[in-house]
Design a binder for this molecule. Sequence first.
Ligand SMILES: [Zn+2]
Length: 109
Amino acid sequence: MLETSCVSQQELLDYLQGRLPEADRHRVEMHLADCPFCSDAMEGLSAIPEKEKIPGVIRQMKWNVLQNLRRKNRKKRKREFYVSLGMITLVLLFIVLACFFAYHFMVKK
Ligand SMILES: [Zn+2]
């Protein structure tokens, strides 16, 4: 027996809360038996004591992920800022040196 499509999060929640019809319960159980991804998800969901708060918890997790991404981007932007600052410094140094040599040669002539 091969179950191709994964169980949705809502179905997992309904299953945990016993709100799933008998036929669907059986399908979910069969799927959980041979899908490590869904049984992991099920384990995670069943570890949360208050099932009513699960959708909120999931939203919170997504929000945290977004926050982490944003923080990483900010760090990256900071690094880019320092890299461009270093480049500008190098270019300025080069211009100063070029001016110095040009002046030096002009004076010698
Ligand atoms: Zn699955």
